[in-house]
Structure formats: C-alpha cells, structure tokens
Design a protein around this ligand. Structure first.
Ligand code: PEP
Ligand code: CO
Length: 445
C-alpha cells in the first residue's frame, strides 16, 4: 500500500548525506505544516491539458532554468523568463495552430542530480554542489555541507516566485494585446526579434479584426495566460512534506508544483523516486535517456500510469542528437503497442552537453535543433504525436550555448556565462528554436 512515506524503504539515488538528522526532521515537520504552493484542482487542470497533448490536440512547452538560484533572486529575472516562454508559446500557437501548454521549470527547481557525489580539488574532497535546496556552490566545507534550512528557503522562494507568476499571468502582463511589448530590446534588433515583431503585428491585426466584427477580444483567454510550474522531484523529504490529501477527492497531491518529474539518474523501477511519484495524482514526467530499453519503458508506464490515464505521464526523451534516430523508435513502438496514452516530449539539451575548448560546459544550437528534428521524424515514422519540447533557457542575454542565428562562438562563452548548472538558451536562441519547432508541428486536423 502506498503512502507519502513508502519511498523511505526503497533505495534513493542522488540523495545528500545530511549531517544533522535531527535538524532535517525538524525542518520536515515545519514544512509539513506550511500552506501548499499549488492546489489539487490546478494539477487536475494541467492533467486535462496534457490529455489534449496526448491526443495530438495540443503541444507542451516546458521551459526554464536548469537550476534556480537563491542569489540575485528578483522580480526582473522571473518576468524575463516568463516573457520569453510567452513569446515561444505565441510563436508555436500562431504558426502551427495548435495550443501550446506552458509549464515552467520554475518556482521549485532547486535540486540537481550530479554525475559524481563528490568533487576533489587539490587533494580536498567535498560533496558536489546539489543545488541551492541542499548546499552552496563555493568549494568550502561550510558551503558544501548539506543544510536542511535550505529546504525552507526553497519553499519560501518558490512561494514568492509563484505569487509573482500568478500576478503577471493574471494581472495584465500576459494579455495578448501586449504581444508586441514582450519583445525585449536586445532581442528586437536581431533577426529572430524582427521575425517575432511581424508575427506580433499579425496577432494585433487579428485581435482588431475580431473586435471590429463584434467578437469580443476581452475574454479571459486573451487577457490572462495559463501557466503551470514543475521541477525535478529529487529531494524526497521536501516532496513528501508538501504532499497533501485533497479534501475533494481524498487523493494525494504533491503540492510543491503542478507537475513533477523523475530524472534520468533516478528512474530505477525499484527505487525511491518511482515509488514516491507513482502514488501522487499530479501529472508526472520521467526523463528517458539512450540506455532505456523497451522493457524499461513499459515497466515505467505500468508503475507510473497503471490506469492508462491520458495526461498522467509525460515521457521526456533526452537521447543526444546522434543517438535519437536509433534509440527512440523502438521505445515509441513499445509504448504504442502496450497502449499507454503518454505525452512524448523532447529534451534536446541534456544529451548534447560537452566541454568547449574554453573549458565551459556548453551545447550547440545545431545539435539541439538536430535532436528536435530527429524526434519529430521518429514520431512521423511511428505514427505517434511529437507532443512537446523541454528546454533550459533564460530571458537574459547570456552566452552559454553556442550557435544560433546570432552565432555565439567559443570565444564568446566567457562573456556572460552565468548558469549555476547547465548551459541555457538565451532569449534570441529560444525564439529561434520556437520558430524552427513551429515549422515541424503539423496539426492533426
Ligand atoms: C535536468 O533536467 O536538469 C537534468 C538533470 O536532466 P536529466 O535527468 O535528463 O539528466
Ligand atoms: Co539541466
């Protein structure tokens, strides 16, 4: 029988070694009594939207930071990230005619799995940086020691981020009449920015046309944006503490975000992360990398979506541009054959990371695009719906990923390399990607 704590009897990969268990327990108790960040009804709304994606009637845009930071936390950065996601969604929807469901990697994306649990510098071995929910980045014993108080700070920052997102999306910022104003200055001068501006003026004209013909463009759908939150459910004490029984249905929801996902490194069928997420009713995701076998994927579907509920499970393929054509088709066939109504999304970032000559962890825009194209081709071959993309981006003018229409070169990487973890697309690269993806989406209708 599942309950929010049954994961504790299973092996949990990628967990910090908390030095002070009593303090951790105290924090868990405190978190168990704080208000939920999202409501069960909202998670059910997202499940319905994702059910439309599973049917081929909508497209999922899941995007945001690799890791959110406690430092430099401010309204501008949140607004810029939201702005670029809104722009991408408008591009996708207007160009393809298919609604884009917006899910941020935001308001809770504070914990990171790492390739090695420790890092050694000049003979000193310390725990790896696991995200601000756990420890801090500077290489000192104090910074790297996991501190449970950080779970509370992650909750508080998530709450104020979510509050601001709700204000921006419901309070006028996201009104489609402002579609022109979402173009930021440093974007507007670029090719992608100009392409966006002409699309925005077409939307303006369409809105005026609607008004002229007496169709009200003052409807909620035009004034407000629907925006959901998500993060990797890595630190299970945090997720358990925010898991609440819904008074309407008696079912359990993890109220730390609308959608939670399991990472590529924690998707073991008999592991704690699969055990925890199988029992909460939120829509959930699972990353699947190139080593995934058809048996693995059907096993994940059986455990995570036993009732075959459309919108419940999103499989996020992150194969690498050079592997996806070989590794994805057998998985698509296996899931189709077993009749699981999953959403298939493409994460074209995590399989394409490499270290540049300048020593930066980076990704090339061409590889990102190549993986997305091959993902769409695989779906065309299998007769399944390429349901969405999952990308790491920022609204800032960073230089973390190479390439794009305004070529970022290796020697540019050092200029504004600001990420705490993986390299993110900047706003221009993100718009460029949205235009390319929109060309690949062929509506079912
Ligand atoms: C991530 O999404 O930041 C991540 C670590 O991905 P993956 O689990 O696919 O490696
Ligand atoms: Co990442």
């Amino acid at each position: 029988m599942w309950n929010p704590g049954t994961w504790r009897s299973k092996p949990a990969a990628q967990q910090p070694t908390w030095p002070d268990k009593a303090n951790l327990e105290r924090v868990e108790k405190e978190l168990a009594s704080v208000p939920p960040l999202v409501f069960a009804g909202e998670a059910r709304d997202l499940r319905e939207r994702l059910a439309a994606v599973a049917r081929g009637d909508a497209f999922l845009l899941q995007a945001g930071d690799c890791a959110e930071s406690f430092d430099g936390f401010n309204a501008d950065a949140i607004r810029e990230k939201l702005r670029v996601i809104l722009q991408m969604a408008v591009i996708l929807t207007y160009s393809s005619g298919v609604p884009a469901i917006k899910v941020g990697r935001i308001a809770g994306q504070f914990a990171k799995p790492r390739s090695k649990p420790t890092e050694t510098v000049d003979g000193t071995e310390l725990p790896s940086f696991l995200g601000h929910m756990v420890n801090d980045m500077p290489f000192s014993k104090g910074d790297r020691t996991p501190a449970p108080e950080r779970l509370l700070q992650a909750y508080n920052q998530s709450a104020s981020t979510l509050n601001l997102l709700r204000a921006f999306t419901k309070g006028g910022f996201a009104d489609l009449h402002r579609v022109q104003a979402w173009n930021q200055e440093f974007v507007a001068s670029s090719n992608e920015g100009q392409r966006y501006a002409s699309l925005a003026s077409e939307i303006d004209r369409a809105l005026r046309f609607m008004e002229a013909t007496g169709v009200s463009s003052l409807q909620t759908e035009i004034h407000e944006a629907e925006f959901f939150t998500s993060h990797e459910a890595l630190i299970l004490q945090y997720e358990e503490a925010l898991t609440r029984e819904d008074s309407l249905t008696g079912q359990w929801y993890d109220c730390s975000a609308h959608m939670l996902w399991i990472g590529e490194r924690t998707r073991q069928l008999d592991g704690a992360h699969v055990e925890f997420l199988r029992g909460v009713k939120n829509p959930i995701g699972c990353k699947v990398g190139p080593s995934t076998t058809p048996a693995d994927i059907v096993g994940l579907c059986e455990v995570l979506d036993p009732d075959r509920e459309p919108g419940r499970l999103t499989l996020i393929s992150r194969m690498g541009a050079d592997k996806v054509a070989d590794t994805l088709p057998p998985l698509l066939e296996a899931v189709k054959e077993a009749e699981y109504p999953v959403v298939w999304a493409c994460d074209p970032m995590h399989g394409n990371t490499f270290t540049s000559g300048s020593g930066h962890k980076t990704r090339h825009f061409d590889d990102v695009l190549a993986e997305v194209s091959a993902f769409f081709a695989a779906h065309r071959g299998a007769g399944t719906w390429p349901g969405g993309i999952h990308v790491e981006l920022t609204g800032e003018d960073v230089t973390e990923c190479l390439g794009g229409a305004e070529e970022v070169q290796t020697e540019d990487l050092a200029k504004r390399y600001e990420t705490m973890c993986d390299p993110r697309l900047n706003a221009r690269q993100a718009l460029d990607l949205a235009f390319r993806v929109a060309e690949l989406v062929i509506p079912n209708r």
